[in-house]
Ligand binder design. Structure first.
Ligand SMILES: *Cc1c(COP(=O)(O)O)cnc(C)c1O
Length: 398
């Protein structure tokens, strides 16, 4: 089946999506939804969004033919260079979009949740750019692990609020941000970081990220005169992946491959592969595939890539999995670490560990790829943030 989206009810993707939240939050979400659809119809909003993406975030990002990686895997591989975007990843596209929406709605403050701190930094950046005060909720454990990003957010003028919660990680930060928003939505917008969460976030974040695929489509047609055969992207919540995929939704000949984090291996239970190993449930206000035990308790997750460490996934991915429009694979920490080094050595590009999962998947598929195929890998972010951790894990410096 190919791309029929936003099935009759907006925000529904088959049995996934929707809005599972307290009544007070419904008001906030309905207001946001109305503002989003109105902005979408306003050419002036789109013009300002794209002007800031161009002049401030550095778009369009290049589509780069990776000659040596192509030789290595025996097919034609292009890299979509989101790693070159301002703040080092695709996340800035979404925070610029939601930031502009906050201003348009007359909101005077911004809040966000963050896990590894990448979304927090991208939100704090946009808040500074727009002159809006910003508060970022972050689990206490993450605050400890991600000191540099905490410092970045503070430098950018944001207030970082540590959240104790159950594990002191992303899930707790999300809960607290939602709770805070419920009491403050009249003057505050909650900038959510991926294509998960209650409607309108999955649709809205996708629409802000689709610039990746819109550009890639034009770029590959200019370079090769035809559409690509496969698109490959890592999937945490799923925003960089759907950002690349969406513009090709109506082209069934273009295969989509989402790559989840298998961590230490799916059978060890220490992973974050919500599609490959999850089941139907509700998390952070949306119905999707999630990692949970028999009692519906959300399971602890693991990935060497902090940005993939989420026990759920965007509902549209769950739906594309169910309809077969996209396929989903998983890559272990070890394979991702190897691909991290391989891309550095072959192309002089150090990818984020998240993006290294997508690279690893293409290396794994080398045997089944034809020489004349065109594969686009989304390099969702750059790996500077990960170098210290990779050095620590490898123990020998390289
Ligand atoms: C946050 C992040 C991801 C995962 O988020 P998605 O919503 O799945 O894109 C992937 N890559 C990088 C570099 C990130 O910072």
């Amino acid at each position: 089946m190919t791309g029929q989206h936003d099935t009759e009810t907006p925000g529904r993707f088959g049995r996934f999506g929707g809005r599972y939240v307290a009544a007070t939050l419904l008001n906030a979400l309905e207001e946001l939804e109305a503002a989003f659809y109105e902005a979408k119809e306003d050419p002036a909003f789109g013009e300002e969004f794209h002007a800031i993406l161009r002049d401030y975030a550095g778009r369009p990002s290049p589509l780069y033919f990776a000659e040596r990686l192509s030789e290595e895997v025996g097919t034609r591989v292009y890299l979509k260079r989101e790693d070159l975007s301002h703040t080092g990843a695709h996340k800035i596209n979404n925070t610029i979009g939601q930031g502009l929406l906050a201003r348009r709605m007359g909101k005077r403050r911004i809040i966000a949740e963050t896990g590894a701190g990448q979304h927090g930094v991208a939100t704090a950046t946009v808040a500074a750019r727009l002159g809006l005060p910003c508060r970022v909720f972050m689990g206490t454990e993450d605050v400890r692990r991600q000191r540099l990003n905490v410092y970045r957010m503070k430098l950018l003028g944001a207030e970082v609020v540590p959240v104790e919660g159950l594990q002191g990680t992303l899930k707790d930060a999300c809960d607290e941000a939602m709770r805070y928003w419920m009491g403050n939505y009249e003057d505050t917008l909650y900038i959510f970081g991926s294509v998960a969460g209650p409607h309108p976030y999955p649709t809205m974040v996708r629409d802000f990220q689709r610039v990746i695929g819109d550009e890639a489509r034009e770029q590959i047609l200019a370079a090769e005169g035809r559409l690509p055969d496969r698109l490959v992207a890592c999937v945490g919540g799923g925003s960089n992946a759907i950002g690349l995929f969406y513009s090709f939704m109506q082209d069934p000949e273009v295969a989509f491959i989402g790559v989840e984090a298998a961590g230490h291996g799916i059978d060890t239970g220490l992973h974050s592969a919500s599609i490959c190993a999850g089941s139907y449930g509700v998390l952070d206000g949306t119905a999707s595939l999630i990692l949970q035990d028999e009692d519906g308790q959300v399971l602890p997750v693991h990935s060497v890539a902090a940005g993939l460490d989420y026990p759920g996934v965007g509902p549209e991915h769950a739906w594309m999995h169910e309809t077969g429009r996209a396929s989903y694979a998983s890559v272990t920490d070890e394979q991702a670490l190897q691909a991290f080094r391989t891309l550095a050595r072959l192309e002089g590009i150090i990818p984020a560990l998240e993006s290294a999962h997508a690279v690893a998947q293409v290396i794994k598929m080398a045997g089944e790829l034809r020489e004349d195929e065109i594969v686009i890998i989304n390099i969702s972010g750059r790996g500077d943030k990960d170098c210290e951790e990779v050095e620590r894990l490898s123990g020998e410096g390289a």
